[in-house]
Design a binder for this molecule. Structure first.
Ligand code: ADP
Ligand code: MG
Length: 616
């Protein structure tokens, strides 16, 4: 048999390696910006076209390269950052594998202009799919200017795998955010299709955080500063009241490198235990500094996990520092301080009377069912509500649902008839005996036991069906705002909102993109509460980010679901008897009254026998 094993040509090997290092435009941005930082740049400009599909340009004022180095930099395993395997344990640079440029050059068209500061002329190199097209002297600025064009032009499978432009742009923004937070002293700008997303000038960490996440975060930042022989921990944690339901403002950095660390995340979550609602996640921006020999960044080129030599000791120091910071700011939970671990960090406990528990803002006047009291107009809450045609056609399923659940008070033995008038009467009788429980559930006696309804999920269902109806019938009712409100989002939320603006318009929102991550709301859907449109948009984005990706779900539906969730009456809201009855009334006029739009059960019956068993 002839021998069949061959060495792969470099270009093929590089393409395969590229698959590991470069997964999407954001990976290119990350590698090139990290190279610029390693080159000592104090100013980095990132220009992107079409979410990086057409162009990624990175300009830095770093040390630049000689003509030989410029050529060498595209070879695989070519690096100026380590010389021997031992150097890996003293890494202070972001890169060291010498793979990034070779990988990028294998799957794109690359133009490099670079000049060392003490030289008059620089070098221009043009490479396409690992082939050098040209190399010549060029007059250019000191530093390095990379242009990456037509990414994945020779790897169609990769190109197909890319997500929508807003999704890819969001990845890029996330990378820039991480690098900008890790290197607050470096000026970084990001422009997309000519408009600025970030223009960050070198600053301290606090200013950098505020310029990325908006000025509202400023008064919510609690500083952390702990130094031990093992590790130095600085940065900020967020006040509990600033905590959100989704991830987005949680950052760990080690020696200027972003990292994910689920184990350390738990240390922080435990420190906040009992001062946060169970599903809330505090913000944090934590910077670890320690001897590079005590960490291992060498796990995988694209992985952001990092191994620590003294992980459990650092865990305890971290948790104690967070508790201490919360303590200093009088945000002291009723915790068992023994848990603070063996690290002895004093925990100032001041006036307990001052302790602020996290609050959920509730508008006491908020009455989603009372149309007369305000301009708010909730779906189907009109006093003399008659079901819309589609809903009316559904009365028979309403009936079947209510079968066996007939109100207990009824003397009448026959099954209810499919006569709307009859239903009306029955409902009213049922509702008289409905009560709200813990401001969260509605309890209604039915023939076979006790029906429990989740008030928020029920309202979500009602709103959702109304929103879907608006979309399907195109009967968009937009209520113009008397005073249009402007608001600003962080860059990634702005990109997300932009990507769903059309769907929001089809629901009745009139929102304009103002540029620079700011927007104006001129009108809101007629079927929603109009008093707090900005808050609704913010929670809509939260819900949207929070919901797992379900490809079956159409984007429009997802917007409708998130919007219903964001505008439904919250838990903890007391309902008047008439509101309870409206809620039940509207719920059972829905096509699918027993599940929330997200498919969660919203009602259940506790059978009579169970009560009997309980009291045996
Ligand atoms: P690594 O960063 O792991 O060394 P790369 O492939 O990213 O590998 O880069 C190869 C080499 O090219 C680097 O070691 C560095 O010497 C040089 N280089 C890359 N980008 C720049 C830059 N922006 N400025 C100066 N030198 C650079
Ligand atoms: Mg590199």
């Amino acid at each position: 048999m002839p021998d069949i094993i061959q060495l792969l040509p470099d270009s093929v090997a590089n393409q395969i390696a590229a698959g590991e290092v470069i997964q999407r435009p954001a990976s290119v941005v990350k590698e090139l910006v990290e190279n610029a930082i390693d080159a000592g740049a104090t100013q980095i400009k990132v220009n992107i076209k079409d979410a990086g599909r057409t162009l990624i340009q990175i300009i830095d004022n770093g040390c630049g390269m000689s003509d030989t180095d410029a050529r060498m930099s595209f070879e695989r395993h070519a690096t100026s950052k380590i010389k021997s395997a031992n150097d890996i344990f003293a890494i202070r640079t972001m890169g060291f594998r010498g793979e990034a440029l070779a990988s990028i050059a294998a799957i794109a068209e690359v133009e490099l202009r670079t000049k060392e500061h003490d030289q008059d002329l620089g070098t221009f190199i043009h490479i396409s799919g690992s082939n050098i097209i040209s190399q010549e002297p060029v007059s250019c600025d000191s530093g390095t200017n990379f242009q990456i064009k037509n990414l994945f032009f020779n790897v169609p499978a990769r190109r197909k795998f890319l997500k929508s432009n807003p999704a890819e742009l969001k990845h890029i923004i996330n990378e820039i955010q991480r690098i900008a937070l890790a290197n607050a002293d470096i000026s970084i700008s990001l422009h997309h299709n000519g408009s600025a997303i970030y223009e960050l000038t070198g600053a301290n960490k606090r200013v950098r955080i505020v310029s990325i996440f908006g000025k509202n975060i400023n008064q919510n930042l609690i500083p952390i500063d702990t130094e031990t022989s093992l590790v130095k921990i600085t940065g900020f944690i967020g006040q509990p009241k600033h905590a959100r339901k989704t991830f987005g403002e949680q950052f760990f950095f080690v020696n200027h490198r972003y990292m994910k660390h689920p184990f350390f995340h738990r240390a922080i979550m435990q420190a906040y235990e009992k001062i946060l609602p169970p599903d809330a996640i505090p913000s944090y921006f934590i910077y670890f500094e320690l001897n590079p020999a005590d960490i291992d960044v060498n796990i995988h080129p694209t992985k952001t996990e990092i191994k620590f030599e003294n992980e459990s000791a650092i865990w305890q120091i971290l948790q104690a520092s967070v508790r201490e910071a919360l303590g200093k700011f009088n945000i002291v939970p009723s915790i068992d301080f023994d848990q603070a671990g063996s690290v002895d960090i004093p925990m100032p406990l001041r006036d307990y009377a001052d302790i602020r528990t996290p609050e959920i803002k509730v508008n006491p006047d908020y009455n989603p069912f009372n149309q007369a009291s305000s301009t708010r107009n909730y779906p189907g809450t009109e006093k003399s509500y008659t079901p819309a045609p589609t809903q009316r056609g559904n009365l028979s399923s309403w009936q079947s649902l209510y079968k066996g659940l007939e109100p207990d008070f009824s003397e009448k033995k026959e099954e209810p008839e499919a006569d709307p008038v009859q239903f009306k009467m029955e409902e009213q009788q049922t509702l008289k005996s409905s009560v709200q429980f813990k401001n969260k559930y509605i309890l209604t006696p039915v023939k076979s036991g006790l029906m429990v309804i989740d008030q928020k999920r029920a309202h979500e269902r009602i709103l959702y069906e109304r929103l879907i109806q608006v979309m399907e019938t195109n009967e968009v009712a937009c209520q113009q705002q008397l005073f249009p409100e402007t608001f600003e989002l962080n860059a990634s939320d702005a990109a997300l909102l932009t990507s769903i603006l059309t769907d929001l318009r089809s629901l009745g929102f009139d929102i304009r993109d103002f540029g620079k991550n700011s927007f104006i709301i001129n009108g809101t859907p007629g079927v929603l509460d109009t008093s707090t449109p900005v808050e609704i948009i913010e929670s809509l984005l939260e819900e949207f980010k929070n919901s797992p990706v379900n490809l079956q779900e159409k984007a429009r539906e997802k917007v409708a679901i998130s919007l219903a969730q964001a505008s439904a009456i919250p838990y903890g809201h007391a309902l008047k008897p008439v509101e309870i009855s409206e809620l039940i009334d509207n719920l059972f006029a829905c096509q699918t009254p027993n599940f929330s739009p997200k498919g969660k059960k919203l009602l259940s019956i506790m059978p009579l026998e169970d009560f009997e068993k309980l009291l045996k």
